[in-house]
Design a binder for this molecule. Structure first.
Ligand SMILES: C[S@@+](CC[C@H](N)C(=O)[O-])C[C@H]1O[C@@H](n2cnc3c(N)ncnc32)[C@H](O)[C@@H]1O
Length: 242
């Protein structure tokens, strides 16, 4: 197994440099790897987090901004802020924003573990395919919870380790651990990044464990659902009003 199992600042630097390298091919690879489904999952996440809420939304570790754009489409979302620490990903997000009909989306460079916003700044916050990349999951969740108002919502969209020894987990593991790095090499010329992807999912918490972490950081009504034959999970939770 390649040496991509870092922790702390070394992991943060590895992740930032990796996304800086692959930014140009990131969207295309997502579409190839998910058979085009990732956009739909992101739309469902935006709908779920913003349902019946009115105000400003935050997308943490926004990358090239897909979830931020989905949030901006929600009827009562008045403005969207997307943050990420990869400059190259933010450049693509900003380019996409210039072609977007609404001008109420802004992208800023920031660390998900130390959000540069006062408490209670947003009505909802999302993060997609990012939580397994941060060096401290509870801190990231607490930061998201801190900046969302009481009664607001948080959504986490992320791959989830596929457990079990049946036919599908075996087949998916071959796809994820053998085919995906080859596709990454062919399309993005970066086998290491697309080897890190399945390895980081394997090391990530299960969906019930993530639910517990969300409850531990004070969120209520925490639930999750699966997509993509249980390879992806969408968790939602609310900030208590009292
Ligand atoms: C797999 S991409 C996901 C991008 C986007 N959310 C999506 O769903 O397509 C992970 C993103 O997380 C960002 N990231 C990871 N750790 C971060 C941190 N501590 N602070 C800010 N961004 C971070 C990376 O730069 C990268 O853009």
């Amino acid at each position: 197994m390649p040496d991509n199992n870092f922790t702390g600042p070394k992991k943060a630097q590895y992740v930032e440099e990796m996304f800086d390298r692959i930014s140009q091919r990131y969207d295309l690879l997502n579409t190839i790897m998910s058979g085009g489904r990732h956009k739909r999952w992101k739309e469902i996440a935006a709908q779920a987090v913003a349902k019946d809420l009115k105000g400003i939304a935050l997308d943490v570790a926004t990358g090239t901004g897909d979830i931020a754009f989905s949030l901006a489409k929600q009827p009562n979302i008045t403005k969207v802020t997307g943050i990420d620490f990869s400059n190259s990903m933010l450049i693509i997000a900003t380019q996409k924003a210039s072609e977007y009909p609404k001008n109420d989306i802004e992208f800023t460079r920031a660390d998900a573990l130390s959000l540069p916003f006062p408490d209670n700044s947003f009505i909802c916050a999302t993060t997609g395919f990012s939580l397994r990349n941060v060096t401290d999951i509870p801190t990231c969740l607490s930061e998201m919870a801190r900046v969302v108002k009481p009664g607001g919502r948080i959504a986490i969209l992320e791959f989830t380790p596929l457990l079990g020894t049946g036919f599908f987990p075996k087949l998916f593991n071959i796809y994820f651990h053998q085919l995906v790095p080859m596709i990454g090499q062919l399309v993005a010329r970066d086998k290491a990044a697309y080897t890190y992807l399945p390895d980081s999912v394997e090391r990530f918490v299960t969906a019930p464990e993530l639910k517990t972490l969300m409850v531990d950081c004070g969120l209520v009504n925490v639930n999750f659902r699966h997509f993509g034959l249980k390879t992806v999970a969408l968790h939602t939770g609310e900030i208590p009003t009292t």
